[in-house]
Design a protein around this ligand. Sequence first.
Ligand SMILES: [Zn+2]
Length: 271
Amino acid sequence: MNRLNKPVITMETIKEMEDMSFFIHAKIFDDLLIVAQKQTNCFILKTSEGLIVIDAIWPAKEAFGAIIDAIKDVGWNPETIKKLVLTHGYVDHTGCGKWFVEKYHVNTYLSEIDDNFWREHPTKPDRPETWKDYNIDVYIRDGDTITLGDKTIYVYDTPGHTPGGLSYIFPVKEGGEIHMAALWGGTTPPWTKDEVKQYIKSLDYFIDEAMSKKVDVALSNHIAVDNGLERIMYSKARMDYMPNIYIIGQDGFNNFCQVFRTLSYEILERL
Ligand SMILES: [Zn+2]
């Protein structure tokens, strides 16, 4: 049986983050929509008072258009988008947020540390078109909550991938049943020993918090780590009797996090 214990990440993976020729989306819970391009993805959480967008793919008009089209396709109203919540200050997640600000006047959320990091250390220093291009309205940190209507997102400081990276836990619904979903914000481990150690510390902390919140749904903002595209395709064509592939149980979430640990140990060995 073919089973991997770590994702395949190459130069091509990095390049594909800028490829705007392909988008796919699926409603993976009654109140959660995922929109992906070839490597990265965002989520749209539906609340009783409007929509929350979590991460924003790449700073390209095509990405913004794809997210709006996906929202319309599942019968939701983009005019009700109220918030844009970011995991961290890298361009493949801050993405096309400026159009959400311009068109829908969303409130934007990120840690203060990563807001500064985003401005002072652009992911692509030699390419001004990818630099910080919109403001953060609300600085969030560990222990904070973001509430809109009937939904609350719990905020966790998980530095490592970036100095002010955040991860989130929030409820999602399927057929009247509530599940707790966790989004590990900064996917790949960083490149210095101290940073990787910090990354592992954050991971341990987040797993503990996820266990206490009874997280049974694993989400990722990079499709390379969770068979993201395949899970979206499965969800699009899922038969009624089939399980929701995102619901993997509490042990499953723990196992999911092992992928990040494996990647970290591999980097530590090389340093
Ligand atoms: Zn990323």
